[in-house]
Design a protein around this ligand. Sequence first.
Ligand SMILES: *Cc1c(COP(=O)(O)O)cnc(C)c1O
Length: 355
Amino acid sequence: MQFIDLAAQYKHLKEKIDKRIHDVLDHGNYIMGPEVEELENKLAEYVGVKHCISCANGTDALQLAMMVLNIKAGDAVFCPTFTFFATAEVVAYAGATPVFVDSDARTFNICMLDLENQIQKVIAEGLLLPKAIIAVDLFGLPANYPELEKIAAKYDLKLIEDAAQGFGGSINGKRACSFGDIATTSFFPAKPLGCYGDGGAIFTNNDEYASLLRSYRVHGKGKDKYDNVRIGLNSRLDTIQAAILLEKLVEFPTELLARNRLAARYDSELTGKFITPLVPEGYFSSWAQYTLISPHREKDMAQYAEHGIPTMIYYGTCMHQQTAFSHLGYTDADFPIATRLAKEVFSLPMHAYMK
Ligand SMILES: *Cc1c(COP(=O)(O)O)cnc(C)c1O
């Protein structure tokens, strides 16, 4: 049994995907070929936003968001401590300071109470300029955007949705990647919508951000890539990856339902034995991971392994515990819930093709 069975998915879609790849080999536009724009249009339509700008990976998508929002040294950017490293890495790479926030014990997402607490602390200290929040749709569940949007407005902060794991989720029908000022996602193979290599995308309703992003991703281009009007990156989605994603996107709604059926089955079998993940009323998860909480996870994981069932730990180390952020001077006592989650969570196999 596989933790994520990408081979089963490929087998199911093989003819269509092979044809799409061969179409690209035949036309030969490997970089920024027609499939890239076709995919961007379909993704924007699926999510329900005006602009989708594809790029090389989910980390670049976040980095490009930092560039567009002009996040720089002296700025504070609030993000959860319980997340994948890239969320906080891009903040530090931009020269700004990540300010970590504790998590909600049941949704695994950023805690609203601690967020406001951390914002007020930065304001009181007066050393950094509070600039933005990066909320993460951890394990596929959208963060609490109705509340996040209120807090962002109250403190005049930009709001970025890191939906690397969240693509396909929604709140009352409003889809992930449509929240905040800018949203980002990843098409890393193991994400809910994955390609066969690296890939990412940025979503926004803001015309000015969209045109800046299209420039930044191709060396800060002006009228073309040999006219460079600002410092940018080389961060494009390969045409072949876009072609693969076009076929996977057609199947994606069916896969989302299968993932949700599996999650419901896990819930019914495991509630009472473990603390199972909470999906609040009106929320829909893309189930990037199905994550349990157990005070004796080593024993539980060993038992699953005995039955040939692979399990994984996402994440065993919080951002405030990472060596790269040790200079920020945080302790576990600053984030009691996230620190406990890092010790107690483990995830079960999750994919649309499980028998
Ligand atoms: C995977 C992931 C990223 C980075 O995406 P890549 O495509 O691997 O660069 C960023 N944030 C979160 C929360 C992720 O899970």
